[in-house]
Design a binder for this molecule. Structure first.
Ligand code: MLT
Length: 208
């Protein structure tokens, strides 16, 4: 199934693509400024979730706040992964250099891709995420850089969720960095700046 999206080709010589995934009620325009902060020269694929919850876009259904419809989550995770494969062919970007940047519901679908597929993402910045699914065996994520931006006092995505997520991902070899904020569920400039530093160092391997 197709997904509404924006694709912007990056600067010649920059092979990275940022996959932007919005939060509940957002759309593909929301995180575009983040791409500019993280790597203004990278290509950008910003996608709109296909689920509509009372007029709000999401990437998968939920039964209640924080309670996911697991069957739909698994279906939608594959839908997004397949879309990514198709988009790489259509736009000609390097499929092995895609890094997700997701906020809230968008972070959770990005997390779910990591939980289900090996080699589907080359890194991920998960901003205010939860554990997408519990009790499953994760694929090897050896050396995959992951940034988690989490609020100590986040009422929607609790600190414990970030701690458990970090444990799961590190357990299968991902290189995880957690940055804590104190602004509830709000996305802060500070954590996006930290994600930008992480991207340069851990994903692109630049020195400073
Ligand atoms: C979710 O449903 O993915 C999380 O509860 C976060 C959100 O409200 O989007």
């Amino acid at each position: 199934m197709t997904m509404e999206h924006i694709f912007e080709k990056g600067k010649e010589g920059n092979e990275w693509t940022l996959l932007l995934l919005h939060g509940t009620g957002g759309d593909e325009n929301d995180l575009m400024p983040l791409a500019g902060m993280i790597d203004p020269d990278a290509s950008v694929l910003s996608v709109r979730g296909n689920v509509n919850e009372n007029g709000m876009n999401r990437f998968f259904r939920r039964l209640a706040e924080g309670v996911f419809d697991e069957e739909d989550l698994i279906f939608r995770t594959k839908e997004l992964k397949d879309f990514l494969d198709d988009a790489a062919r259509k736009y000609g970007f390097d499929r092995s250099k895609v890094v997700a940047v997701g906020y809230s519901n968008g972070a959770n679908i990005a997390g779910s891709i990591l939980y289900h597929y090996e080699n589907a993402l080359n890194g991920a910045a998960l901003l205010h995420p939860m554990v997408p699914l519990r009790g499953i065996n994760l694929p090897s994520l050896k050396g995959i850089p992951v940034f988690i931006g989490a609020g100590k006092n986040d009422p929607i995505c609790s600190a414990q969720e970030a701690v458990d997520l970090e444990k799961d991902l590190s357990g299968v070899g991902a290189s995880v960095e957690v940055f804590w904020t104190n602004m509830g569920h709000q996305l802060t400039r500070e954590e996006v700046e930290q994600a930008s530093v992480w991207f340069k160092k851990k994903v692109k391997g630049e020195d400073s």
